[in-house]
Design a protein around this ligand. Structure first.
Ligand code: IRN
Ligand code: FE2
Length: 549
């Protein structure tokens, strides 16, 4: 019996299309079909958006979470020939082989398959795809591609169930999470992960040291390489696509954190520091790193080298401990790559805006441009309950500077385990940061989405404006709070300014005025403004009109 046969677990997941969208597939050749979310517009146009939501938004598909998603990649995995003894995307890329995963990604990102292969071969991009997670739709993490976001889910010893976590995964990918990480530390870790993997359309990451610690009853001193190794094999066998490994927390770096305001804030980092101190020995993750590479290579699991010494406060940003660890992560990157194992590098944390750029510069220099994957960073410490915002400020900047994936932060950060609503808020907030970075980087086609929405807004196509939003449901409900009636959906104003003060309506009036009188826009604006100024004085010349009931 597998975990999914357990009928006492009854997940109920959200299915059906996102408002105003339908699922379409683009043919990428060789029988590869790449899903997109098509937003149909009332003017007959449409726009196809990158779609992370998997079969849950197909509309027609009924999803049986007890049997798991279709095994999309099973045939590709089975047909893969080893290159120099390795089956990893990196080994293939280096040997000049374009894998079906690379073809899929090329169509998804609007790039050529050869470009994708080249970025993977150089180590600047990774494709996290465990051979044992055939349900996932291939995606790429690298600075030359769309900026990705990760959503952390998973239970704790105190709260949450398998049902809740499966729905959080489906919910997170519905709103745009490119990967999820199962950070469960509570009961039934193995079963929870099985449910997530078999039903996840996106790569799944984990931090294996958490489960290893459970196995030794929560006492870091009792950890050993053997317990850890067996846990990694167990998780790789299940299909985990990337693993956070805090192998850069060396014994000699631990004292560097002594004078910090917030010490060591990484869970994995603090576990490894405790082990090193208890045994006064070098970290087994570091001393056994080559063996670990061999395990990950066999499944094509990607390393996410953990930032166990990341700063946990503005005061500790960019300090000696943080950068000492980063240098070691760079050294390990080259060890892993030499074994054809893919690597990305985790980054901070809490960093004020003026100290962000240095993080990207040093990471690229020391870690051979391995994709950077950062947690925010929070640009200030003063807003618990709003840390999705404090961190999105840092995330947008670090994304613009070249960070390939942003780990979301929810409003519950520092306060409690996020629930389903927090997950959505975190995902939407990080989609904003990631897309803002795509725009600033001049990513081809990124602006099409903004242009479509702006046009809809200017032309008062309210339904299109809602449906083009990252969150159509909330946009519609905010609008309808004050103007719920159907005619308001075509009205040339909303309740923010009312009919007389809508700037967009006035602009349209000016343009019509110009057309009617055969004037150039500049002349028309002058003439139109003159007319408006008379209209304004005629109405009493006050910007703020007295309240009339
Ligand atoms: C991302 C970048 N730096 C840290 N992260 C994520 O933080 C990491 O991938 C994991 O999901 C989470 C918790 O990691 P620690 O606290 O064990 O380091
Ligand atoms: Fe924090």
């Amino acid at each position: 019996m597998t975990a999914l046969d357990d009928r006492s677990v009854k997940p109920s997941v959200t299915t059906g299309p996102i408002s105003g969208s339908t699922k379409v597939h683009r043919d990428a050749g060789e029988g590869i079909r790449v899903p997109f979310r098509r937003v149909g517009l009332t003017n007959g146009e449409h726009i196809d958006l990158y779609d992370t939501s998997g079969p849950y938004t197909d509309g027609s598909a009924t999803i049986d979470v007890h049997s798991g998603l279709p095994r999309l990649r099973a045939g590709w995995v089975a047909g893969r020939e080893p290159v120099n003894g390795a089956v990893t995307q990196l080994a293939c890329a280096r040997a000049g082989v374009v894998t079906p995963e690379m073809r899929f990604i090329a169509a998804r990102e609007g790039m050529s398959p050869e470009f994708v292969r080249d970025e993977v071969a150089s180590g600047r991009a990774v494709i996290p795809v465990n051979r044992n997670h055939p349900e996932s739709e291939p995606m790429i993490i690298g600075k030359k591609f769309l900026v990705k976001i990760n959503a952390n889910i998973g239970n704790s010893a105190v709260t949450s169930s398998i049902e809740e976590e499966v729905e959080k995964m489906v919910w997170a990918t519905r709103w745009g999470a490119d990967t999820i990480m199962d950070l469960s530390t509570g009961k039934r870790i193995h079963e929870t992960r099985e449910w997530l993997l078999r039903n996840s359309p996106v790569p799944v990451g984990t931090v294996p040291i958490y489960q290893a610690l459970e196995k030794v009853d929560g006492d870091p001193a009792k950890l050993s390489w053997e317990v850890y190794r067996d846990t990694v094999v167990e998780q790789a066998e299940q299909g985990v696509d990337y693993m956070t490994v805090h192998a850069g927390v060396l014994l000699r770096y631990v004292p560097l954190t002594a004078k910090r305001v917030t010490g060591i804030v990484s869970r994995g980092g603090s576990i490894m520091a405790a082990w090193c101190l208890a045994h006064h020995r070098e970290s087994f993750l570091y001393t056994h790193f080559e063996e670990l590479c061999d395990i990950l290579r066999a499944y094509d699991v990607t390393f996410s080298l953990g930032d166990g010494l990341r700063p946990g406060s503005i005061a500790d940003a960019n300090d000696e401990a943080q950068f000492a660890e980063l240098r070691t992560l760079g050294e390990l990157t080259h060890v892993a790559r030499a074994r054809d194992v893919q690597v990305m590098i985790e980054g901070p944390g809490h960093v004020p805006m003026h100290k962000i750029a240095e993080n990207v510069r040093l990471e690229e220099e020391w870690c051979g441009e391995a994709p950077f994957y950062t947690l925010g960073p929070l640009a200030t410490d003063i807003a618990p309950a709003y840390d999705h915002i404090t961190s999105a400020i840092g995330a947008a900047q670090i994304g613009w500077l070249g960070t390939a994936m942003l780990c979301y932060v929810t409003p519950k950060e520092h306060l409690g385990l996020p629930n389903r609503d927090d997950v959505k808020t975190g995902v939407i907030t990080y989609k904003i940061a990631a897309h803002s970075a795509d725009l600033a980087k001049g990513h081809p086609g990124a602006q099409d989405w903004d242009d479509a929405l702006s046009k809809a807004r200017f032309e008062f196509r309210w339904e299109d404006q809602f449906n083009l939003s990252l969150d159509p449901d909330t946009a519609r409900s905010f609008h309808d709070e004050t103007l719920p009636a159907a005619p308001a959906k075509t009205a040339h104003f909303c309740s923010m300014c009312g009919p007389k003060f809508c700037s967009m309506k006035i602009t349209q009036d000016v343009r019509r005025y110009a057309e009617e009188r055969g004037l150039s826009t500049v002349e028309a604006i002058e003439a139109g403004l003159d007319e408006k100024s008379h209209e304004f004085t005629d109405h009493g010349g006050k910007v703020y009109l007295p309240v009339v009931d």
